[in-house]
Design a protein around this ligand. Structure first.
Ligand SMILES: [Zn+2]
Length: 261
C-alpha cells in the first residue's frame, strides 16, 4: 500500500521548529502505514516534549493515535492562560519545584540556575544517553538546544531553549518554569549542585584565604564536593546577576506582580 498524506497545522511557539516558509500554514505531510500522531509531528521537526495537545479531526488524541491518512491534525504547545483538562493534556504536570538536567552546551546556564537555588544536574562529559536517563530517573526537565535529544522516546520532560545567548536562555527558562519555593539564591554549590550546609568557622580554617577568614564569620560547605562558600565569595557580579535574573522573573513570571497594591 502506498504512502498517503495528512494535513498538519501547528500553532504558536511550535512554529519555531519549522522552516520559515512552512510556519503558520497548513502543511501536507506524508503518512505511512502504522504511523502515529507522534511520528508525524516529530517527522515535521517538532519534539513531542513541546506538545501539550493534538487534535485529529477536532478530537483530542494521544501520541500513539494511529493515522490512516487524510486526517486534519492540529498541534498545540503549552497554553499559558488556558489550562487543559488532565485527560487531554499530553504533557506531564509541571512540578512546584521544577528540577532540570542541562545538556553539555549549557554549562554556564546550569551554574546560574544553581546560583538561584534551582536544582540543576549538569556534567560537561555527559552523553545523550546519560542526559535522557537522568531526566527520566529523576523526573528532571531536560534543557537543550538539540531537538533530536528531545525526540528520544524515553524523554517525557524536556524544553527546547530558543534563545542562543546564555543570559537570555536562563531568563527564558525562568519565564517558562517559574521559580518554586525551594529555589533560594546562594543555597547550592555552583560546581556540583549540592545543597550547602552551614559549617562552623573553626572547621574551615586553612581552607579559606586568610583575608576572607579574617573578614567573615559565616561559612557553608558543600556536602558533595566539600567546597567552602562564604558571603564574600558571592559579592559583586554574582549578587548583581541574581538581582537581574530575579527582577526579570518578578515582572514576567508572576501575574499580578505588576499593578497590585
Ligand atoms: Zn559541590
Amino acid at each position: 500500500m502506498g504512502a498517503t498524506s495528512c494535513e498538519l497545522r501547528v500553532y504558536a511557539s511550535l512554529n519555531d521548529f519549522l522552516p520559515r516558509a512552512a510556519r503558520q500554514r497548513v502543511l501536507s505531510r506524508p503518512v505511512t502505514a502504522a504511523q502515529t500522531a507522534k511520528d508525524v509531528v516529530e517527522a515535521a521537526g517538532i519534539p513531542h516534549t513541546e506538545v501539550d495537545l493534538i487534535l485529529v479531526d477536532g478530537e483530542p488524541v494521544g501520541f500513539d493515535h494511529r493515522l490512516g491518512g487524510g486526517e486534519r491534525i492540529a498541534v498545540y504547545p503549552r497554553f499559558e492562560t488556558l489550562p487543559l483538562p488532565a485527560g487531554v493534556n499530553l504533557a506531564p504536570a509541571d512540578r512546584a519545584d521544577e528540577r532540570f538536567v542541562a545538556d553539555v552546551h549549557l554549562g554556564r546556564q546550569a551554574r546560574w540556575l544553581r546560583l538561584l537555588g534551582v536544582d540543576t544536574w549538569y556534567r560537561s562529559d555527559a552523553d545523550d544517553e546519560e542526559l535522557a536517563r537522568v531526566s527520566v530517573a529523576e523526573t528532571r526537565t531536560l534543557l537543550t538546544r538539540d531537538v533530536g535529544l528531545l525526540k528520544r522516546g524515553s524523554v517525557r520532560r524536556g524544553y527546547w531553549v530558543r534563545a542562543t545567548r546564555p543570559r537570555a536562555q536562563v531568563m527564558e527558562v525562568l519565564r517558562r518554569f517559574p521559580l518554586g519555593p525551594a529555589a533560594v539564591p546562594f543555597s547550592r554549590c555552583l560546581v556540583c549542585n549540592g545543597v550547602l550546609e552551614p559549617v562552623a568557622k573553626e572547621r574551615v580554617a586553612g581552607r579559606v584565604p586568610p583575608r576572607s577568614f579574617a573578614a567573615f564569620d559565616e561559612y557553608r560547605r558543600c556536602p558533595g564536593c566539600a567546597r567552602v562558600y562564604w558571603s564574600g565569595a558571592h559579592h559583586d557580579p554574582l549578587v548583581e546577576l541574581v538581582g537581574e535574573l530575579l527582577d526579570s522573573v518578578a515582572t514576567v513570571g508572576s501575574p499580578g506582580a505588576e499593578g497590585s497594591p
